[in-house]
Design a binder for this molecule. Structure first.
Ligand code: XMP
Length: 509
């Protein structure tokens, strides 16, 4: 399998670069600029991409790799800071662009270069830099310019070293995809044969060997990541994988049964479902403060899991659904495992195990979903919308009771049915109902009612850090409202939440 190294100099687009490479079916991994040259050489990369970064190469404290990386005979593409660093390492001069710093779109003109095959002579690129290469190093030539950047692209084509001052990985660079493809296939000679099928097969083989004869424990939540991790490991170790599914009684309608049925019946997995609903509700009695609710649920979850794990006894490995963004966000180096512990809320500290296995730690979210489908996990689980760990407890405002949960489950299921029936479930990223704690007056037949107010919430977002409320069609909202008030007697009013994040959050509590 061909591999591309994305050498990280702290750029905001480092993950995006890796994603873009993988879109061409070439595996890419992100590693710190501190990675020793010897390790880079041994790893057998087909090509290296130097990322952008916020520093100036003329600052002595700026991140730098060894010049020897450019001597390995491996093609290198430097992007933005990466381009400047390449120039500086080779003896070129990088200076502040001062008044001619460029941010945003620029018109790029290039001359013939393998990197720009199929790119029109003039096209739009995305610039974001305050420094530029003033004097190109010996052996390099200028291969492209913009009106305010005389060396927008440089290359030493003999040594397969390329640098671009702009960002080919962002969509605003019209032909960025073509340039990256040229680098991967024409310059590096990649085959483009990395597929999810191969990934799954190779992972199963790897864990068959590594975990031979060993017992593995996995906490299943029904979420996408833990489900895919569990099914993959099950293929490798079979019955030696023990899954514990703590049902805290705060799941959506029929969700616990779906999870159990899928893993027990479809995959014939060794799964223990702990029905701990009463226990959680007991702890939540009288509690109204959202953060208290979260804390109680988190702590109780660990306790229940620990009790089950004790029954199983010593396990060799604890499986976690850590995915690539978690690994990268926690630094492309030594701190990776610290963050992954957070994924299961501190579980490793209370469970008796020797090591952690993270079969998805190289995959992005959409690749995890593709792996899930490859493994035969049903579409509903693979495309499950995010669901908070504390579950419906933070969607029942105020005190959580069984009666309120039952009302919310019905309303939420009806709303979700309507969004799905309208074919909107991939357009809106999260959609659910909230049971408010205000009652309002209504009229049904000739009688006055005094029932719950239910709020519907749907948001569109890329990363859940910010979100826009979804402009669902009125007909969908009307149908959901009608069905809810007709079917769920204790609800007398339905409202739609039209606040974005910020200032609101996605969840109401
Ligand atoms: P907020 O409400 O913070 O939600 O805008 C952003 C995303 O995070 C989910 N969320 C949680 N997930 N435990 C979780 O595992 C939590 O306590 C929690 N609170 C919010 C929320 O569903 C949304 O996808």
């Amino acid at each position: 399998m061909d591999k591309i190294l994305v050498l990280d100099f702290g750029g905001q687009y480092n993950q995006l670069i890796a994603r873009r490479v993988r879109e061409h079916h070439v595996f890419a991994e992100i590693r710190s600029y501190r990675t020793p040259t010897g390790e880079i050489e041994k790893a057998g990369y087909r090509g290296i991409i130097f990322t952008g970064g916020p520093n100036s190469v003329y600052d002595p404290a700026s991140p730098r790799c060894d010049r020897a990386v450019l001597e390995l005979g491996i093609p290198v593409l430097g992007i933005c800071y990466g381009c400047q660093l390449m120039a500086a390492l080779e003896g070129g001069e990088v200076v502040s662009a001062g008044a001619v710093s460029e941010y945003g779109k620029a018109e790029f003109t290039h001359r013939d270069s393998p990197l720009f095959a199929g790119v029109p002579e003039t096209s739009t690129v995305w610039m974001s830099h305050t420094d530029y290469v003033k004097t190109v190093p010996a052996g390099f030539t200028v291969t492209g310019t913009t009106p305010s950047c005389p060396a927008a692209a440089i290359a030493d084509e003999k040594r397969l070293l390329y640098g671009v001052q702009f960002h080919p990985e962002v969509m605003h660079t019209e032909y960025g995809k073509t340039m990256l493809r040229n680098f991967l296939f024409s310059v590096c000679g990649c085959a483009g044969d990395w597929t999810m099928e191969d990934f799954v097969k190779a992972s199963v083989e790897k864990y068959k060997k590594e975990l031979a004869g060993k017992k593995v424990l996995c906490a299943l939540s029904g979420g996408v990541d833990s489900s895919v991790a569990a099914v993959l490991l099950h293929r490798a170790v079979g019955d030696r994988l023990r899954c514990v599914f703590v049902d805290h009684g705060l799941l959506r309608k029929d969700e616990g049964d779906l999870v159990e049925r899928t893993f027990r019946e479809k995959f014939d997995m060794n799964i223990v479902r702990v029905n701990a609903g009463e226990r959680f509700l007991g702890k939540l009695a009288g509690v109204t403060e959202p953060e208290r609710k979260r804390k109680i649920i988190g702590e109780e979850f660990i306790r229940v899991f620990e009790e089950e794990a004790k029954k199983i006894g010593h396990v060799h490995a604890l499986a976690q659904g850590t995915i690539y963004p978690d690994v990268v966000e926690s630094g492309t180096g030594a701190s990776a495992t610290i963050k992954s512990h957070h994924n299961v809320g501190g579980l490793p500290s209370v469970i008796d195990f020797d090591e952690i296995v993270e079969p998805l730690r190289l995959l992005f979210k959409d690749e995890v979903r593709a792996a899930g489908l490859e493994l035969g996990i049903p579409y509903e689980l693979v495309w499950r919308q995010p669901f908070p760990g504390p579950g419906l407890a933070i969607r029942v405002l105020g005190e959580v009771t069984e009666e309120k949960l039952a009302v919310l489950r019905e309303c939420d299921a009806l709303f979700r049915e309507e969004v799905i029936a309208a074919g909107l479930e991939q357009e809106t990223n999260q959609y659910f109902a909230v049971l408010t704690d205000s009652r309002t007056v209504g009229v049904m037949g000739d009688a006055r009612t005094y029932g719950y107010t239910v709020a519907l919430r749907a948001v569109s977002t890329d990363d859940f850090m910010t979100a826009d409320w979804s402009r669902l069609p009125y007909e969908v909202l009307a149908k959901a409202s009608n069905r809810i008030t007709n079917k769920v007697r204790s609800v007398s009013r339905v409202v739609y939440d039209i606040t974005s994040k910020p200032p609101a959050t996605v969840e109401w509590e």
